[in-house]
Write a protein that binds this ligand. Sequence first.
Ligand code: NDP
Length: 433
Amino acid sequence: QRRNPGEDEFHQAAHEVLESVAPVIERHPEYARARLLERICEPERQILFRVPWVDDDGEVQVNRGFRVEFNSALGPYKGGLRFDGELQLGTLKFLGFEQIFKNALTGLGIGGGKGGADFSPKDRSDGEIMRFCQAFMTELHRHIGARTDVPAGDMGVGEREIGYLFGQYQRITNRSEPGVLTGKGLGWGGAQLRTEATGYGCAYFVEEMLQARDTSLDGRTVVVSGAGNVALHAIAKVTDLGGLVVACSDSHGVVHDPEGIDLDLVRELKGEDGDGLSAYPDRRRDARYEEDGSIWAIECDVALPCATQNELDEDDARRLVDQGVIAVAEGANMPCTPEAVDVFQEADVPFGPGKAANAGGVAVSALEMQQNAARDRWTFERTDERLVEIMREIHGLCRDTAEEYDRPGDYVSGANIAGFRRVADTMLALGVV
Ligand code: NDP
């Protein structure tokens, strides 16, 4: 705390991992001798930079850019860029730290990083967003590369922003090197399924969790928070797998539709000229919209928090447990508070932590890097088959590791220990660097 003041989310994430890996350190004194915990908690490099740009009124604006290059033991730093007006270093350190272990779980040779800017793309024109992305890349380009650091999108950074960033990278470096960024458009080096991957992967993971308990999503009532990239694709795949998604939400309110969420309608309402989720009941008779409501008050078998960090607290968890929830998996990064996770675990509700359950996105990003390096293109179906396989492997690894450490069914410990061991063993092999 003294060393990193004001970084509460980072402390929360680090505390969770350190607690889980305590038994590993007991079994492996060589990790302690190599001071691996201290080394893993310290980013290899943090880059903070000025991003000056000119808005549509001709006014100069100044934002702050960040890139936290946390750990490259397993491969190039890999992790998204987030544009959010409130963004702080502590949030990126938490996300970068989580990313190390998530990426390790995929087994695909990628290190951990995260970045972004305290820039809010909301209410900005397309021209402003392009100029901001260009200004941001004018500094970032010197730190990234296909074999060094490969950023992707995150909240506020989608295909359009990746396009502007990539265009500026090419212009400055005179290198047409698609492997420097992932999340690209399909026509210019992007991978099939990247957009769907996190939400689909989360649904595949929860299906594995349920099958481990001899049941499945088929016929289950599901609640998915959020109405962004992860949430919408989680809803789509849960529905494919036979689940009935009865609620979703955004930062303004909650939609409850007992007949099943109409995904096309949500996409339309959330689109550029859409009227917002509040207009949903105008088009679906039995649905309700509650401004500032809590989505976790809605009864369900399976809960998938897919919106943002710390959106599901202890009281929400208790309510879900009392109402009979049978599985929870995090589509977002750290949406459940530590107290909420304790409630699920004490009630023996299988709980899939984000670093395992939402690893599908970064896994397909790694497949995008693979295709870029080989100048190859995979079909949607081939990529989806690979994603299913990867999510199954991650689930199996977390389950088996939890059992090995006498914590059967504890996916949090399983994910933290398995991810940590992959990174720690490699760091040991590489010496004190
Ligand atoms: P988006 O920006 O596409 O969507 C976020 C959604 O969450 C929006 O609908 C937003 O509402 C809603 N939201 C934000 N805050 C709240 C809140 N307090 N209560 C309810 N809803 C809220 O982001 P993504 O879907 O891409 O990402 C969601 C989460 O998943 C993040 O934690 C991200 O880090 C994580 N993640 C994303 C990956 C990806 O591939 N996209 C990969 C791995 C993790 P509104 O529309 O009103 O803004």
